[in-house]
Design a protein. Structure first.
Length: 142
């Protein structure tokens, strides 16, 4: 049996995952962060993107976090996301539309959306699309 740790992925709206995993991969402000049981404690800022969990049966599960924090303790990992969802629940058409709106707002620098907000929305939409593409590639391998 694989050594596991408890993992929680939560947002302000809901708990997306609570269970065990043998490995967690997330994108922090310092780069990709891989966590295994007994990892040294740390607190890091999350960048928008995929959070991958590998369970005790070596199956991979994909989630999306729009940013937030990841807290690592030797036997517990907590992802506190601004918003979070299962990767399979992401809406590709909505992400494409949000990306297009943000790009137009940045290009025009006018309208209802300010520049900083447009940049943030562009980053989030691009991260959602990358997560969807990663999930498709992984499904194609298996």
């Amino acid at each position: 049996m694989a050594i596991t740790m408890h993992v929680d992925i939560v947002s302000a709206e809901e708990s997306v995952f609570s269970g065990t995993a043998s490995f967690v991969l997330a994108r922090s402000s310092d780069g990709e962060l891989g966590v295994m049981p007994r990892h040294v404690p740390l607190l890091a800022q999350l960048q928008p993107g995929e959070v991958m969990l590998r369970d005790e049966f070596d199956e991979e599960h994909f989630y999306y976090a729009s940013g937030g924090l990841i807290e690592v303790q030797p036997h517990v990992v907590t992802v506190l996301a601004d918003t979070a969802s299962r990767a399979r629940d992401l809406d590709e058409a909505a992400a494409q539309q949000a990306k297009k709106r943000a790009e137009q707002a940045i290009e025009n620098r006018s309208g209802d959306m300010d520049y900083a907000r447009a940049q943030a929305e562009l980053v989030e939409a691009a991260a959602q699309l990358r997560t969807i593409q990663t999930l498709r590639r992984r499904k194609g391998q298996g």
